[in-house]
Design a protein around this ligand. Structure first.
Ligand SMILES: [Zn+2]
Length: 474
């Protein structure tokens, strides 16, 4: 195009008898070339934005469909579902299901809920830990949508009167996302909950990564994670296991015992326990120990049998990584002793305890600075120097008016040292153990959270929402 412009111009100039200096011709050629390139890029960008297929549903073997992928506002989703599907007698159900999944991913949702009501199927996304109503699917499409999900996850379509579990995968922009699906019969039909499992950045600080690296490099012992449900413990363990594999160049044997398996991992032997079929954590772990493992992840320790075998394994040349439900890192030892494990074994087996919480990240486009209020200072339990600013959520179109985008983990990592070991053996309280832990330079969840809020990445209110209150240590 640029060449023809220059040629045309030179021709016109020659025709009207004007001399054409070489310098001008050269300048014109460069100018026209640059203009041509700009227009070309502009058109290409527009084309890519509209046309580029960014995701495929990998389970959809028959069609191998591809879709464009962009986030709609909740209002747009509702309008689309009403216009394109609910009121369309020839609605494409597979396309509707894909649309729901892709929008959930675009919104960074952790779960999709499809709740049957008398006359519709309610769609909700869990975004940053909070359930948000998205749309309603008409009664006519209710069962077809559920059946489509059953087909994708290879479940039995005609079974509607008992619970079923399955999974399927989606790949979007090269990112692999697993969907774990659970169906439960209810009065108005089957209730569907899908959990989206996306590999994400953990949010450990450089210092914590080093500490964790050191702990995981030990060939035996027990590393325990604790935190409420949905605080990302499994994700942390998966990342740790993959890091161990990477560093050892796949030369260690890693086994997992899970209920349920949340994510397919390469080079790791994953086993699903079936407590209902008497294949319990304890039984599975006994068998697994005869399979020559180096590292075992035990999804959760919730009974004495599992606790005893895991601790024994941790003291006899295996690295055990597991989770225990407790209010704080310091309360983990007490929880195990409460289950009936003898304090000596607890003290000698555990090498480290990691407590984890997820905080929402403030939207960088709309967050607003503010000095801490006296109430907030009181809650923090410390007087801050004057001039310190925190940030609070506001809400803008970029964050769907929520003020937050995405979440990240905050951690405290407690390496069990001699003084802590002594306290555990003496059945000291969680408060005493907590104090002993943090007499060293280790940072607590509170301190790490506060540092994060001071950087303006999360709000004080969000910290107060997710952090354990001080009372739990007393
Ligand atoms: Zn915003």
């Amino acid at each position: 195009m640029a060449l023809s412009c220059v040629a045309g111009l030179a021709y016109v100039l020659a025709q009207i008898g004007l001399p054409v200096p070489k310098e001008i011709l050269f300048g014109l050629a460069i100018g026209a070339g640059a203009l041509g390139a700009c227009i070309g890029l502009y058109l290409l960008a527009g084309f890519l934005q509209r046309r580029w297929p960014l995701g495929t549903l990998k389970s959809d073997r028959s069609k191998g469909e591809q879709f464009s992928f962009e986030a709609n506002s909740p209002e747009q989703i509702k309008a689309t579902i009403d216009a394109v599907y609910n009121n369309n007698p020839r609605a494409d159900v597979p396309q509707l299901v894909n649309y729901l999944v892709f929008q959930a991913v675009a919104f960074n949702s952790s779960d999709i809920h499809l709740t049957p009501h008398r006359d519709c199927l309610m769609v909700r996304y869990r975004i940053d830990g909070i359930l948000m109503d998205v749309a309603e699917i008409s009664e006519r499409l209710k069962q077809p949508v559920i059946n489509r999900l059953k087909v994708l996850s290879e479940l039995v379509s005609y079974v509607r009167d008992r619970p079923q579990d399955g999974r399927f995968g989606v790949s979007i922009q090269g990112q692999q996302i697993d969907l774990r699906i659970s169906l439960m019969p209810t009065l108005h039909g089957e209730r569907v909950v899908m959990r989206l499992l996306i590999r994400a950045d953990l949010g450990l600080t450089e210092e914590q990564l080093q500490t964790l690296g050191g702990i995981l490099a030990k060939p035996q012992g027990m590393v325990i994670l604790t935190g409420p449900t949905g605080s990302g413990k499994t994700k942390t363990i998966y990342s740790a296991l993959q890091e161990i594999l990477r560093q050892s160049q796949n030369s260690v044997s890693i086994y997992t015992l899970e209920d349920p398996i949340e994510y397919d991992l390469q080079h790791i032997n994953q086993t699903q326990v079936e407590e209902g079929h008497d294949f319990t954590f304890g039984k599975a772990l006994r068998t697994m120990l005869r399979q020559d493992p180096d590292i075992i992840m035990v999804g959760e320790i919730r009974d004495l049998d599992t606790a005893r075998i895991a601790i024994q394994a941790g003291m006899t040349g295996h690295l055990i990584i597991t989770t225990v439900h407790a209010k704080s890192a310091a309360a983990v030892a007490a929880r195990l002793i409460e289950m009936g494990v003898d304090p000596h074994s607890v003290a000698s087996a555990i090498t480290a305890i990691i407590a984890q919480r997820l905080v929402r990240i403030l939207c960088p486009h709309c967050k607003r600075a503010h000095p801490p209020t006296p109430g907030q200072e009181a809650k923090l339990g410390k007087k801050l120097p004057p001039g310190v600013l925190f940030y609070e959520p506001v809400g803008c179109p970029q964050c769907s008016m929520k003020g937050y985008v995405g979440r990240r983990g905050i951690f405290e990592i407690l390496e069990v040292n001699e003084s802590v070991r002594k306290l555990i053996t003496e059945r000291a309280s969680s408060g005493q153990i907590h104090n002993a832990f943090f007499e060293s330079e280790a940072k607590t969840l509170d301190e790490n959270g506060l540092a994060y809020a001071l950087k303006g990445e999360t709000s004080l209110e969000e910290l107060f929402r997710v952090l354990p209150s001080r009372k739990e240590f007393e």
